[in-house]
Design a protein around this ligand. Structure first.
Ligand code: SF4
Length: 409
């Protein structure tokens, strides 16, 4: 790594630290990234988070953007080895939300102050090009001041373009790992790293605000692979990056693997904020799942987004990507904190009748509207207070990336 020193080594006074170099150049060499990761300690983590928080505040102040997550289908044709809703997991009770239910989630979220809705699902052929286009158009018609984010996997470029023209603003597609060999360890042969990257470049070129990301501590992951991930982020220049610790799901081939590290996730959040100072960086659900203060820790490492779940309570337990997913089973498990409970209550108060759709096993259920609305307001209030306790504020805002947008091609 040449003459760059690690951390504040007094004997090398006057010489640039590796973190200073990262801040100056916004990228490191592969070997410098590996060195940085291998030398992770408390002092280095503190230096990183201090600089990361400064940069975050330069671009976004104290604002925390909230995204209303709507997990509208847990059907998926793919079989990723780490994923709880993979096609071959026969233990999953599958569901699809109807268009009316999805719109009702948005309506409820809008009243609470959400100005971004994230439609997330497995790669479910039932929701094809036309269906998603209609959904996006309907949401934009009812909430023209809101952003719509899609997170529905890999599709042809023409399909992405159609959804963009329908009004979708953003697209989340984690690259999972930038190393091709590692990608093949995590996915069946039907999924290719080339196609995943092709999708991300297509989305970028079409004009979406693009989010990629990866699991921290996924099986077989090495510091070399993480260095590749960071180099890929520099190359792609995504507007959003979602990273969270890997958490095993028992009914998958990786069910017996250890979970990823909170400390390493926070360390990487700091690196990413310094590399991409204007990026939208969530403190992810997985972080909250492993640590009851995960969201606060994420914010204090450089994050500026959180994604409360607006999925109706009666089905959200079935979107179990990994074990013990935050907000899935209510506020009683795993010592989770108020944010976890808030999210559960935000989603819990759905007042709409549920409409079964082909292939779904959704059951009708209703909750008194008045008490539901009160509970949801209280939940969001708790979330706001929690952010205020660390000096931040939840805002009612689309929360677009502050980077100047390049022209779509
Ligand atoms: S990770 Fe995504 S694409 Fe893979 S099985 Fe799960 S939902 Fe499907």
């Amino acid at each position: 790594m040449g003459r760059v020193k690690i951390g504040m080594d007094i004997s090398m006074k006057g010489q640039e630290t590796i973190v200073e170099k990262l801040e100056r150049e916004r990228v490191l060499s592969r070997s410098d990234y590996i060195t940085l990761l291998q030398n992770r300690d408390e002092a280095l983590a503190k230096e990183l988070s201090g600089r990361a928080v400064n940069l975050r505040e330069q671009y976004y102040g104290k604002d925390v953007y909230i995204r209303g997550l709507i997990e509208f289908t847990n059907y998926c044709k793919n079989d990723c080895f780490y994923c709880g809703i993979r096609a071959s997991n026969s233990k999953v009770r599958r569901y699809r939300l109807s268009s009316e239910e999805i719109l009702a989630c948005c309506k409820r979220g809008y009243a609470l102050g959400f100005r971004t809705f994230v439609l997330q699902g497995g790669e479910d052929p039932y929701f094809g090009e036309d269906e998603i286009s209609r959904l996006v158009e309907a949401i934009k018609r009812e909430h023209p001041d809101c952003a719509v984010t899609l997170s529905v996997g890999e599709h042809p470029r023409a399909v992405y373009r159609r959804w963009f023209e329908a009004g979708a603003d953003r697209y989340l597609l984690r690259h999972e790992t930038a190393d091709d060999a590692h990608y093949r360890m995590l996915h069946p042969v039907s999924c290719s790293p080339e196609n995943r990257k092709r999708c991300l470049w297509d989305l970028k070129e079409i004009g979406y605000q693009v989010g990629c990301g990866f699991m921290v501590g996924s099986p077989r992951q090495t510091e070399e692979y993480l260095a590749e991930d960071l180099l890929f982020l520099h190359k792609l220049q995504p507007e959003m990056v979602g990273i969270g610790p890997f958490i095993p799901q028992y009914d998958t081939p990786f069910g017996g693997e250890p979970a990823g590290s909170i400390g390493l996730t926070l360390f990487l959040l700091g690196i990413i904020r310094i590399m991409l100072p204007d990026v939208l960086l969530p403190a992810t659900t997985a972080l909250n799942t492993l640590d009851s203060r995960g969201m606060e820790k994420g914010m204090l490492a450089g994050a500026n987004v959180c994604m409360p779940n607006l999925t109706p309570d009666r089905v959200r337990g079935q979107y179990a990507l990994y074990e013990g997913k935050d907000g899935v089973k209510g506020g009683d498990a795993g010592g989770r904190g108020a944010v976890w409970e808030s999210e559960a209550r935000i989603a819990g108060g759905d007042a709409e009748e549920c409409t079964p759709v082909p292939g779904g096993e959704v059951r009708a259920e209703s909750v008194r509207k008045e008490s539901a609305a009160t509970g949801q307001r209280e939940a969001l209030g708790a979330l706001r207070r929690r952010m205020e306790a660390i000096g931040y504020r939840v805002v009612t805002d689309r929360g677009d990336c502050k980077r100047k947008k390049t022209d779509p091609i």
